[in-house]
Design a protein around this ligand. Structure first.
Ligand SMILES: Cc1ncc(COP(=O)(O)O)c(C=O)c1O
Ligand SMILES: [Zn+2]
Length: 442
């Protein structure tokens, strides 16, 4: 047997082998030591193939970069068996959602660039509204589902528990819908904790997909999101964290990286390199996955450098800006600042004090759960957080629709961030910009 790859906690350094059912959360996360516990898979070796060019399914195409693949191979699963497993799950997803995973379109939008007054027509949009379940969230969850499937096939999880051990997620929309599709495809029960004001059409679809839906009302004086608290209680009772928050399940970041790898390949093929990337950021898993995936693409020479990362939040809640301000106030190196920050989480990230409102309600998370990697990537790439006004968020959605992409205000908020900096004349002539539109309007 090859050496099995482990996962290492970015906050405390604890190493988890993965040879247990569910290597998702740092074992020290409950210690109350104020460290930022997030399990990070051991990176792929230099020998890992970046992309299997003949494969269209992203988890097959980039399989050698995935922890789930390397772990499965180290326990004796053949390359072909992994591909078969991924494709079986993909076909089950397609049966439910009408589509499986393929590379989503990523193209320059020159009319949009002109409409927002950019001094450049290199504005590239990756369209995730046509991804499984209508957003990029399904990528995060397919990655976790592959781990669960592999663990069962290799005898590390009990087959009989599949029908009884619940998966759990807290979400108000796109993540819940994605979880419901993937859980159904994997034939696993799912419990979803949603806020009282969740979109009724989303709730109806969740129920139709067989999810158990629990509504959690926010009460005056509550600290943090009541759905997240209810989710944590379910996890303590034994539910599997089937979520899009890296602190709750470190492996959720990995599937999201397929988005970055697809973008990196697109840019490499077109012979352009993005100078900036604007990312709508709520819990932070999307931005964390993009920055981690792009770092790998840079290390493989697929991209020449990291684009400047601009995380975009609303005026209603900017917990990430608070954390970024505190990290950049350090006088030492970034590594020193991040070590200090990861060691004293509550000085950098804490729940937003009041219940915020925004047209981009999907990025109103009380905390940016994956803040540390995101702040690190922002500083490392010489970017900064951008706060978009409600007016700009609404205009961004309208402009997104004019391109033919029906993203909602949350999913078009990256464009609102770009518009904010373009308005302030920050974007230089000829700069190449990358954005993701996600979350189809429902
Ligand atoms: C369409 C869309 N884009 C972006 C995000 C932000 O993702 P994250 O919470 O991982 O920061 C969300 C989150 O709900 C979303 O629904
Ligand atoms: Zn830890």
């Amino acid at each position: 047997m090859k050496h099995a790859p482990g996962l290492c906690c970015a906050g405390c350094g604890a190493v988890v082998t993965g040879d247990c059912a569910g290597p998702f959360r740092c074992p020290c996360a409950t210690s109350g030591d104020d460290r930022d516990h997030v399990l990070v898979p051991q990176p792929p070796p230099d020998s890992a193939v970046f992309a299997h060019a003949q494969a269209q399914q992203p988890f097959v195409r980039y399989r050698e970069l995935l922890w789930s693949y390397r772990w499965s191979r180290s326990h004796g699963m053949s390359d072909q068996d992994f591909v078969t497993m991924a494709m079986e799950l993909d076909h089950a997803v397609a049966d439910i959602d009408g589509r499986g995973f393929v590379a989503t379109p990523c193209a320059p939008q020159r009319t949009l660039a002109k409409a927002i007054g950019l001094a450049s027509d290199e504005l590239w949009i990756k369209d995730e509204t046509c991804n499984v379940s209508g957003s990029h969230k399904a990528r995060h969850l397919f990655g976790i589902a592959l781990v669960l499937e592999a663990q069962e096939r290799l005898g590390f999880a009990d087959r009989a528990s599949r029908a009884t051990q619940e998966l759990a997620i807290a979400s108000c929309g796109n993540a819940a819908l994605a979880a419901a599709v993937i859980a159904r495809a994997a034939k696993r029960p799912l419990r979803v904790f949603i806020p009282g004001d969740a979109n009724p059409r989303v709730v109806e679809r969740l129920r139709a997909l067989g999810a158990h839906v629990e509504t959690c009302e926010r009460r005056a004086g509550d600290s943090g999101d009541p759905c997240v608290h209810a989710f944590a209680r379910a996890r303590k009772r034994g539910a599997i964290p089937f979520c899009v928050q890296g602190n709750e399940n470190g492996l959720t970041i990995e599937g999201g990286q397929t988005l970055a790898w697809e973008m990196a390949e697109t840019f490499a093929a077109a012979g352009v390199a993005p100078d900036r990337m604007f990312v709508q950021t709520g819990g932070g898993a999307l931005a964390s996955a993009l920055v981690t995936g792009m770092r790998l693409a840079v290390s493989r020479g697929v991209l020449p450098r990291l684009p400047r990362l601009h995380v975009v939040q609303t005026q209603g809640a900017t917990p990430l800006r608070r954390a970024w301000e505190r990290v950049t106030a350090h006088t030492g190196t970034l590594a020193d600042a991040m070590q200090e920050a990861r060691g004293h989480r509550s000085r950098y990230m804490w729940p937003w004090e009041n219940a915020p409102h925004s047209v981009a309600h999907g990025i109103l998370d009380d905390e940016t759960y994956d803040w540390a990697n995101v702040v690190e990537g922002t500083v490392e790439s010489d970017g900064w957080p951008v706060t978009a006004s409600e007016h700009t968020l609404t205009s961004a959605r309208t402009l997104a629709h004019a391109t033919g992409i029906q993203a909602d205000a949350t999913g078009a908020a990256g464009l609102a961030g770009l518009m904010t900096l373009a308005h302030d004349d920050v974007i230089g002539e000829g700069e190449c910009i990358a954005l993701v539109f996600s979350g189809v309007e429902r």
